[in-house]
Design a protein around this ligand. Structure first.
Ligand SMILES: [Zn+2]
Length: 315
């Protein structure tokens, strides 16, 4: 094990399945307690069930892992890097090496920043929600934006501060955020599906955006054709995915907070082959990829299982 790997491991803890607990809940979008089963998956020897609200059509995990269990998962190395799984049971909790993908994440970050530049002059104040180790914060700062980030994972915040010196903080997105000023933009990528109560987070987004400020985000859409075709292999149905959106439900969340969607389009990312096979839950191809040292091979592609979007705070 290299020195760098030892240093990374020091900040993370180990997952114990016996510590995970589930709680029942109502629909976060409309409050209804009615629910129709949609799908269930097995991970870690546990069953994770997804339901649809007949009143508003939101899909969400119910019962869902309680807050402590979710927080615990985000502190483990096996969540952020499948190479560090401690047992066969924890296989595929996560689906690729997030930490090993630094260069590839930078390429996707560059694509995202370029799509934002027409809206945001240099020097704008930006907050990245779900910043993990702060790689997107670093990219935004490199383009002249004054950027901060927040994330639920203490381990990733401490890793990012140590390695990149970025301005990032640990915060629960559903509670108060550690900022008093209003931002010109808030960004949120690969994070909205992990949120248990999006209504609280959308209220916080509105609160921390100045009127006329922008919200840039992406989301998986369970109604898209490719999502329906891939259902059993869809990366959306995972232990830490608490809410699955559609164009309709994401618009409802935005509208409830006076966030008007300006643009909604295909999410183009640079995707490593390893992650693609992880998304599709094909461990054998992941292993082959690693054996052939193809970890860095990637494709620039539109992920047709979701969208990326930009909204503006109207008042
Ligand atoms: Zn509902």
């Amino acid at each position: 094990m290299s020195f760098v790997e030892e240093k990374v491991q020091a900040d993370f803890c180990t997952l114990r399945t016996s510590e995970l607990k589930f709680v029942k809940r109502a629909c976060d979008l409309c409050g209804s307690k009615e629910a129709e089963p949609v799908y269930s998956v097995s991970f870690l020897g546990l069953k994770f069930s997804f339901v649809r609200c007949p009143a508003c059509s939101l899909v969400y995990q119910n019962p869902v892992l309680d807050k402590e269990s979710l927080e615990r998962i985000y502190e483990t190395l096996e969540y952020w890097d499948h190479r560090h799984k401690v047992s066969a049971e924890s296989t595929m909790l996560n689906y690729y090496s997030y930490l090993g993908e630094k260069e590839i994440r930078r390429s996707t970050a560059e694509l995202r920043v370029k799509s934002m530049m027409g809206y945001l002059p240099e020097g704008s104040r930006v907050l990245d929600l779900g910043c993990s180790d702060g790689s997107f914060v670093r990219c935004l700062s490199g383009h002249g934006y004054r950027t901060s980030g927040i994330d639920i994972s203490n381990a990733m915040i401490s890793y990012g501060r140590k390695n990149y010196g970025v301005d990032i903080y640990r915060a629960d997105f559903e509670e108060d955020w550690p900022f008093t000023e209003a931002f010109d933009a808030i960004t949120c990528y690969a994070t909205l599906s992990n949120i248990v109560n999006p209504s609280r987070v959308f209220a916080n987004i509105r609160k921390h955006l100045r009127p006329g400020g922008y919200f840039f985000f992406n989301f998986g859409d369970c109604n898209r054709l490719v999502s329906r075709l891939l259902k059993s292999r869809l990366y959306l149905y995972r232990p830490t995915v608490c809410t699955i959106y559609s164009k309709k439900t994401i618009s409802d969340y935005c509208n409830n907070q006076s966030l008007r969607i300006l643009k909604i389009f295909n999410d183009v990312q640079v995707v490593p082959l390893l992650r693609l096979f992880g998304f599709l839950r094909i461990p054998l191809l992941m292993q082959t990829c690693e054996l052939l040292r193809l970890e860095k091979s990637n494709l620039k592609m539109a992920l047709l299982t979701g969208y990326t979007a930009c909204a503006v705070r109207e008042r």
